[in-house]
Design a protein around this ligand. Structure first.
Ligand code: GLA
Length: 351
């Protein structure tokens, strides 16, 4: 129990990166590095008491620096895509870095996943690690000096509580998430299509050919997007349903029926073989589900494991992608001096 600090490595530019291992009374161990405030491993028991690492990642800092898959990182200032990298606040247009064809993706070329955060508080008694980052005005094109922090807490009832906070000196856009790639069999097991998924949602946001939500909601009923009952991720992923074809699998945003209530289950992921269960609770209104369709075996992960396509699933709690350019959804604007607050809980259990 408690927190262990170790040196993880040095960035190419010579900045030291530390790693912190947070553990609880039941033997769960979660490792976080200061680079990208990234979760590099989550070691959790199965129903027989065997421990495995259930998130994808790398062993060394240089792979995190050169990689472009966002394994375990905090994503900011804005998760997912912003169409053409453009938006306006108070009538003023801003242009962001375009790093996904003409779109802006996951905070830009140097997003929050590619910077070193400061360990501001390491509290072993409470199993709590607070990392902070100062994002200067105009970074990747975003307005305002933003002070942001993420606090990770590991509890003895097997929760990882992720609390995000932010404050800015101009009206800006903030939409943070965590980009962990889960595989509940173990990160080396190479497939996730045999996991069952529940999403507490009746509606999703259909996307255009550039993976930008078109701007309206569609019912999940009678479509492969329906996860209102636990369903194998793989059961309809090869269907001819146009939305799945565009996403090359699941890469879509669902509106959560939990509607920002942290006590209402947003999603549940189950691996029947190991019996591991992951539950998601969040104050955010929506969740992007991404079935790692763009993994292609080119990433050499921990212990030299190659991660093939669809060997994990990301459950990214957030605002609707590109909602800054759309009036139909909750707004991601953070007003000057207001506090950004967002909490997401990953709860680890067994069947
Ligand atoms: C998100 C996006 C995907 C992809 C991954 C990272 O989930 O929706 O399209 O960019 O991140 O590879």
């Amino acid at each position: 129990m408690g927190i262990i600090k170790e040196h993880f490595g040095k960035t190419v530019s010579g900045i030291d990166v530390d790693k912190f291992i947070l553990s609880n009374a039941n033997g769960i161990e979660i490792t976080i590095i200061t680079y990208g405030a990234t979760i590099t491993s989550i070691i959790a028991p199965d129903k027989f008491g065997n421990f495995e690492d259930i998130v994808l990642g790398y062993d060394d800092i240089s792979s995190y620096e050169s990689g472009n898959k966002y394994f375990g990182a905090v994503i900011g200032r804005s998760a997912n895509r912003i169409e053409k990298g453009r938006f306006a606040i108070n009538g003023k247009e801003y242009r962001l870095a375009q790093n996904d064809n003409t779109n802006h993706l996951h905070g830009g070329i140097v997003g929050f996943d590619k910077v070193v955060w400061t360990a501001e508080k390491v509290d072993s008694a409470d199993n709590q690690l607070k990392l902070s980052y100062f994002s200067p005005d105009n970074e990747e094109g975003y307005p305002g000096n933003l002070k942001v922090s993420v606090t990770y807490t590991v509890t003895d009832d097997n929760k990882l509580i992720i609390a995000y906070e932010g404050i800015c000196d101009k009206d800006t856009l903030v939409n943070l998430t965590n980009h962990s790639y889960f595989n509940l069999t173990g990160e080396g097991s190479k497939q996730v299509l045999n996991h069952k998924l529940f999403i507490n949602s009746d509606e999703y946001t259909p996307i255009d050919n550039n993976s930008i939500p078109i701007g309206y909601l569609s019912s999940v009923i009678d479509t492969p997007m329906d996860f209102r009952q636990l369903k194998y991720i793989g059961s309809e992923i090869e269907s001819g349903f146009q939305q799945i074809q565009i996403g090359q699998g699941y890469d879509h945003n669902w509106m959560l029926n939990s509607k920002g209530d942290i006590n209402t289950l947003a999603s549940r992921l189950i691996d029947e073989a190991s019996g591991r269960v992951l539950e998601v609770y969040t104050t955010k209104p929506a969740m992007q589900v991404y079935t790692a369709n763009f993994l292609d075996g080119s990433d050499i992960g921990k212990g030299n494991i190659v991660y093939p396509r669809r060997s994990a699933v990301c459950l990214e709690t957030q605002f609707v992608p590109n909602c800054i350019n759309c009036d139909n959804f909750p707004s991601p604007i953070l007003k000057c001096g207001d506090k950004y607050n967002h909490c997401t809980i990953f709860k680890f259990g067994t069947l």
